[in-house]
Design a protein around this ligand. Structure first.
Ligand SMILES: [Zn+2]
Length: 205
């Protein structure tokens, strides 16, 4: 059962090899990584973490902007901007920070140290032992409906988007709710004539 000291094999394939309940797949000074109620594997505070702590580094492969564009096209969502010339692709087995989940009400944020060209996961507030560590992935609105959010925050927006888009998404959802109820604020539309974009929200998971 035990895989020994190297966790690298366990760290590969977030979805293809789901951890057993409570199985620890990686560990750092402040964080244990195990199954998360939000999604797949998540990071949890091993002990109380004071606000402002650099909890762990977001490491990865340093790549050119050109290579980065190629990988983004291929739906790599682990890429962070490092500077004008380089990005970091965190989708590597030695980067447990890639397991951290998104939340609409995160307790961490990413911090770019431009001088040292390093990216840190920073505690936004005091975090208690056992809490799941989250940050906002900062996604834009492109195809945001493909990225539903399950963060559990009372005011969860429902999709993984940057905070600047919360208002927009909330308004859209309100409009959709009203439309679904056949509300009076929108002109009556015969069923089946909605634009194709809305079908995504109705498709089975
Ligand atoms: Zn959420």
């Amino acid at each position: 059962m035990e895989t020994g000291t190297t966790n690298q094999h366990n760290l590969e394939g977030r979805s293809s090899t789901p951890a057993l309940h409570d199985e620890i797949v990686a560990e750092t000074e402040w964080v244990v990584f195990r199954r998360s109620p939000i999604h797949g594997i998540g990071g949890f505070a091993k002990k109380d973490i004071p606000a402002g702590t650099r909890i762990l580094e977001y490491v990865g492969e340093k790549i050119t902007k050109e290579e980065s564009a190629r990988r983004c096209q291929a739906n790599n969502v682990y890429i962070f901007c490092l500077n004008d010339r380089y990005d970091i692709d965190g989708n590597v087995p030695w980067n447990p920070a890639r397991f951290l989940n998104h939340s609409c009400r995160p307790n961490c944020e990413t911090e770019l140290d431009e001088d040292e060209e390093r990216i840190w996961i920073l505690a936004l507030r005091d975090i208690r032992a056992g809490e799941e560590l989250t940050f906002n992935y900062g996604y834009d609105l492109s195809e945001y409906k493909d990225y539903p959010c399950n963060c559990g925050a009372p005011d969860c927006v429902g999709y993984i988007v940057a905070e600047e888009f919360f208002e927009h998404v909330r308004r859209q959802r309100e409009l959709e709710r009203i439309a679904a109820e056949g509300g009076s604020s929108t002109p009556a539309q015969p069923r089946g004539q909605n634009p194709p974009a809305t079908s995504a929200a109705q498709s089975p998971r």
